[in-house]
Design a protein around this ligand. Structure first.
Ligand code: ZN
Length: 246
């Protein structure tokens, strides 16, 4: 029965939208987050606030929202040299990937999530990975995650389903999806409580949320929000299986 899910939930815009998508769709939903020595603890603080507000302000979702799991993955900071965990510039490295790339991060995240889902009897793993306006991270690609779904299903000898509802949406369409799922209340919650900025900046509230306004993550979020508000970017046609639940 695919009516229970574990959502990879970081406290950002994408994973919060994915969590709302899962709460609309599944009978029981749990969340998992990873503490891997992020340069800024603000992301982990945001996820607590978002969960609290979802429980308080969305009663029909609150009854479906179960345990939150926070895993200490500090070893990821030890084995990788990245701008997310080290004080270094966010730029394109010689590999052609941004210095924010943590090699294999999503492979590890999903594998740990699958281990917890197995123990908790949760059938579906949900992640906010996206190929549309991503930074080229190869572990965000649809084929990578489909291959991982097969590997996990074989390795655990149980059907593991990985759902990525944002895979073919751009940032504006992600706001549209949030609007469809939770109306203006969810838009406000995402705007104010989720965190995207690579620099951990939360001083000033812009129309699109908090952030430095200059790092690649803020740029993407700002452009997406402006397109959403301006109505110039209708939702992309959904890929099969990515329809919005009624
Ligand atoms: Zn920023």
């Amino acid at each position: 029965m695919h009516d229970t899910a574990l959502v990879l939930f970081s406290g950002g815009q994408d994973s919060t939208t994915c969590l709302a998508w899962a709460l609309q769709r599944y009978r029981h939903v749990e969340t998992i987050g990873f503490d891997y020595g992020q340069r800024h603890a603000v992301e982990l603080e945001c996820r607590t606030t978002v969960l609290e507000r979802l429980r308080a302000e969305f009663p029909s979702w609150a009854q479906r929202l179960g345990t939150d799991h926070l895993l200490d993955l500090s070893l990821l900071g030890q084995v990788s040299d990245t701008a997310l965990t080290q004080p270094k510039a966010i730029e394109l490295a010689a590999s052609g990937l941004p210095t924010t790339f943590v090699p294999g991060r999503n492979l590890l995240f999903f594998t740990f999530a699958a281990t917890i889902a197995f123990r908790r009897g949760l059938a579906v793993l949900v992640g906010g990975m996206c190929e549309t306006d991503y930074s080229g991270y190869p572990d965000c690609r649809d084929n990578t995650l489909k291959a991982l779904q097969v590997a996990l299903s074989l390795g655990l000898a149980t059907p593991v389903v990985i759902e990525t509802p944002l895979m073919w949406l751009d940032k504006a369409a992600t706001w549209v999806l949030a609007q469809q799922l939770g109306g203006p209340e969810l838009i406000e919650l995402i705007r104010k409580e989720t965190h995207t900025c690579y620099l951990g900046e939360r001083g000033e509230l812009h129309p699109w949320g908090y952030g430095c306004g200059r790092c690649p993550a803020c740029e993407l979020r700002r452009r997406g929000y402006e397109a959403f508000v301006g109505g110039s970017s209708p939702a992309h046609p959904s890929a099969p299986g990515n329809e919005v639940a009624p």
